[in-house]
Design a protein around this ligand. Structure first.
Ligand SMILES: NC(=O)c1ccc[n+]([C@@H]2O[C@H](COP(=O)([O-])OP(=O)(O)OC[C@H]3O[C@@H](n4cnc5c(N)ncnc54)[C@H](O)[C@@H]3O)[C@@H](O)[C@H]2O)c1
Ligand SMILES: CC(C)[C@H](C(=O)O)[C@@H](O)C(=O)O
Ligand SMILES: [Mg+2]
Length: 368
């Protein structure tokens, strides 16, 4: 029996509701495939602020340091929006990403045929959409210095700095090219090189890395055009490589192509195997506590956790196959169900977790 330590940080809003479903699925995989998953819960974000007075308590940081992988729900909400920046719930997430050196954020975007009507795009544009956004996660505007609010001669101003080193760009570019090798062999590097100095360095470094991957086609695209191309012809993309802020914005946009932001998982990785896994959506305060949130982004994040941090490919596939079948059979949470004639049954967050568990078990026993 393999022992893996998994830290689970439910966080705020719908975080605990969707994480509960992810844990159900993880435990099911543990039982079926005989893995000893040692699951330990920690406080983060607003939940930690309320209980411990800080967004990332020391115990949580230590738990994450010791863990093989971390599963996170979401952080933030209106209750904590007026706190100073170092006390905000979101700061905890940024500290985890930075502290654990998780510079590569992988966000796969996949079209499920039964979700064509849930998507705001026309069905003919959706066929063949299978792309992945590789977002740089520990640099750029999020972390560049100077940063802050200042006052000088009675004038108030604020600064965020877009900062990238050659090495930061090189290591994330390598991640994108390696991924493309096992996919459709195309990398679209997204920048704003017509205006930004960091983007000009980005383009130069990406070009250099590309020369070591002659089997991969590289194209450069400005971020404003990319935002447009994503809705005009999303099937043209394979791997989208981009910096932190652009990746944040483009991935929310790409998410709705799949029918709902609730569908998209993510993996944040560094040099080693340890990773942080979370759905790309936030704490969704407007639907928190209603048992209607879509937990599939979190459940699919568990699949990524198994694949990337624990190297359990068969187990990861079991979850992804189950999700695909659940959707093909028409089970949908409210975000997918509305105006979708392919939907057969409206299910709650809890029910969706239970159905995925059933499908994982069913497929496992069928193959036995
Ligand atoms: N990784 C994270 O923890 C993370 C990510 C994004 C935003 N946030 C935080 O979350 C809070 C709310 O942010 P926001 O409203 O801009 O973004 P959001 O992603 O929380 O919500 C945007 C919209 O999508 C819907 N939505 C999100 N997830 C859903 C799901 N699983 N199922 C069904 N519908 C879903 C919401 O109901 C809302 O209408 C903010 O405090 C923000 O900082 C956290
Ligand atoms: C909550 C916030 C800090 C975070 C980000 O901007 O990276 C979120 O939007 C995300 O996409 O993971
Ligand atoms: Mg985001």
């Amino acid at each position: 029996m393999s022992g893996f330590k998994i830290a689970v940080l439910p966080g705020d809003g719908i975080g605990p509701e969707v994480v509960k479903q992810g844990v159900k699925v993880l435990e099911t995989i543990g039982k079926l495939f005989h893995h000893g998953f040692e699951i330990q819960f920690g406080l983060i974000g607003g939940a930690a602020l309320d209980e411990k007075g800080v967004p990332l308590p020391d115990e949580t940081w230590e738990l994450c340091q010791k863990a093989d992988a971390i599963l996170l729900g979401a952080v933030g909400g209106p209750k904590w929006d007026d706190l100073p920046s170092h006390m905000r719930p979101e700061k905890a997430l940024l500290k985890l990403r930075e502290g654990l050196k998780l510079f590569a954020n992988i966000r796969p975007v996949k079209f499920y045929p039964n979700l064509a009507f849930s998507s705001p795009l026309k069905e003919n544009l959706l066929k063949g959409v299978d792309l992945v956004i590789v977002r740089e996660l520990t640099g750029g505007l999020y972390f560049g210095k100077p940063k802050g609010r200042f006052e000088e001669n009675g004038k108030v101003y604020a600064v965020d700095t877009m900062y990238y080193t050659y090495e930061e760009i090189e290591r994330i570019a390598k991640v994108a090219f390696e991924l493309a090798r096992n996919r459709k062999k195309k990398v679209t590097s997204v920048d704003k090189a017509n205006v930004l100095e960091t983007s000009r360095l980005w383009r130069e470094v990406v070009q250099k890395v590309a020369s070591r991957y002659p089997d991969i086609t590289l194209e450069h695209m400005y971020v404003d055009n990319c935002a447009m191309q994503l809705v005009k012809n999303p099937a043209q993309f394979d791997v989208i490589l981009t910096e932190n802020t652009f990746g944040d914005i483009l991935s929310d946009e790409a998410a709705v192509i799949t029918g709902s932001i609730g569908m998209l998982p993510s993996a944040s990785l560094g040099e080693g195997l340890k990773g942080l896994y979370e759905p790309i959506h936030g704490s969704a305060p407007d639907i928190a506590g209603m048992n209607i949130a879509n937990p599939l982004g979190t459940i699919l994040s568990v699949a990524l956790l198994l694949r990337y941090s624990l190297r359990l490919e068969k187990e990861a596939n079991a979850i992804e196959d189950a999700v695909e079948k659940v959707i093909a059979d028409g089970f949908m949470t409210k975000d997918l169900y509305l105006n979708n004639p392919s939907a057969k049954k409206l299910v709650s967050t809890e029910e969706m977790g239970d159905i995925v568990v059933e499908y994982v078990k069913r497929e496992y026993h069928r193959e036995e």
